[in-house]
Write a protein that binds this ligand. Structure first.
Ligand SMILES: C[S@@+](CC[C@H](N)C(=O)[O-])C[C@H]1O[C@@H](n2cnc3c(N)ncnc32)[C@H](O)[C@@H]1O
Length: 427
């Protein structure tokens, strides 16, 4: 209880060796409180507490209680003052405190080190056209050279996930299994983790589990490869075997997938897409994930589309962020096994009698197979015909057509091999 005339403060403090946590509390004496933190018994000398933010308020108990109530999911389960920390969440805490009617004035805000300025530089490299490469080639190249460090933009996640009925999330356990919920030196928090943390209550989630890969040597994160959020608070994924890498195919990650998760949501590493799809689809769990736009015509994935184990989500992804936070061209698409209502893109399909399809968009290859382009689809053709990925992404398989061959089809025109397609037929 503050004595009359005594100043009241709310602060956010962080220990240098605990990057995933901060403490939010109240005090009448900022200096003394910081000394107390730094002289706590059992604290190592290297683990220095510093204020990230402090402000004067008119009623610190009211503000503190409001914070506890607002950020329940982000409080460490056992503790009243420990909160989950990453840079974007820090902004949320500060904004919340500053907008409280008991807020008086800012005293300290640490911006330079803690708050990384996320600068988005739009394409500093030559455009794809200038370089003569297609978006598709970019992701295929990433797959070949195992460059997985492309990050999904928050806005792309929001755009896609807002399309699904909110009821799908109610009381569900969401598993983001390629997603770091905490900042590290090179990159920022995964936008997937952030999206679900921020919308935890709105979506009515039961639990959010975020795991991330850090290879076999984990020098900086001291073995923490995952975080669990519930409505009662957050916890580190501590109960893991020695040497847990956080890999989506590690036995512990598979256990979470098979025994706990209801919905898996992430952008997995491109270089491991084939394994990721096999594991995720065979788990039988619901998923909303990002992958290459060409998957519907790529041999490893065609069988899943054929057997209706997966279909396109609503949107494509044209940009990712690289570790420097620059926009880079992408050729991604959302894929899911959750029903898609009112697929707006199906309007792009032009399903009409064969004779009305313009000549330039229909041809027969050397073996007499019909090939149609530009999303033209014959509605009176009984035999199979070849299409590109686009009609599949636009929902052709929901319009009374099926894939009839689990492999890629390569047309030959005048003996010349053309790009691969997939064979479909009217049901
Ligand atoms: C395309 S990035 C996307 C990252 C994040 N999910 C997002 O959407 O921004 C794929 C991430 O998976 C990580 N990764 C690589 N191998 C992995 C594995 N075996 N298990 C889990 N994640 C892995 C990479 O380090 C990379 O950060």
């Amino acid at each position: 209880m503050a004595k009359d005339g005594e100043k009241q403060f709310i602060y956010i403090v962080q220990a240098s060796l605990e990057p995933s946590k901060c403490k939010i509390g109240k005090t009448n004496d900022l200096e003394r409180r910081l000394k107390e933190y730094n002289s706590m018994t059992g604290k190592s000398k290297e683990n220095i507490y510093q204020y990230l933010f402090a402000c004067e308020v008119k009623d610190m108990t009211r503000v503190e209680n409001a914070i506890k109530e607002q950020f329940t999911t982000l409080r460490e389960e056992k503790s009243r003052e420990i909160y989950f920390y990453n840079t974007p969440l820090f902004d949320e805490y500060v904004n919340f405190i500053k907008s409280h009617k008991m807020y008086a004035r800012e005293i300290i805000i640490r911006t330079e080190e803690k708050k990384e300025v996320v600068k988005i530089v739009k394409r500093i490299t030559p455009s794809l056209e200038e370089r003569g490469v297609s978006r598709k080639e970019i992701l295929q190249k990433a797959q070949r050279i195992e460059n997985d460090e492309f990050y999904t933009r928050y806005e792309d996640i929001e755009k896609e996930l807002s399309m699904y009925n909110k009821r799908i999330w109610k009381n569900k356990v969401v598993f983001c299994n390629c997603d770091d919920a905490v900042d590290d030196n090179e990159k920022n928090t995964s936008a997937f983790s952030l999206f679900f943390i921020k919308n935890f209550n709105k979506l009515g989630l039961k639990k959010l589990i975020c795991t991330h890969y850090s290879g076999t040597v984990d020098l900086f994160n001291q073995g923490v490869n995952g975080y669990i959020f519930t409505k009662d608070g957050f916890n580190e994924l501590k109960e893991h075997p020695k040497g847990y890498t956080g890999s989506f195919d590690h036995p512990l990650s598979l256990k979470i997938l098979n025994e706990e998760a209801d919905i898996v949501c992430t952008n997995p590493p491109f270089s491991r897409a084939i394994d990721y799809w096999r594991i995720t689809i065979s788990s039988g769990k619901k998923f909303i994930i990002i992958s290459n736009i060409t998957n519907p015509i790529t041999p490893a994935f065609i069988p899943y589309f054929k057997k209706n184990k997966v279909w396109a989500g609503y949107n494509r992804i044209d940009y990712f962020l690289n570790p420097k936070k620059q926009l880079v061209d992408a050729a991604g698409h959302w894929y899911t096994n959750i029903p898609i209502k009112d697929r707006t893109k199906s309007k792009n399909l032009k399903i009409i009698p064969l004779k009305h399809i313009p000549e330039k968009y229909k041809k027969y290859d050397d073996s007499g197979m019909l090939i149609v382009d530009n999303c033209y689809i014959p509605d009176d053709y009984e035999k199979s015909f070849a299409v590109s990925a686009r009609p599949i992404l636009n929902g052709l398989l929901e319009k009374g057509y099926k894939i009839i061959q689990g492999t890629q089809y390569f047309p030959y025109e005048d003996g010349k091999k053309c790009f691969g397609r997939v064979l479909v037929q009217k049901i």
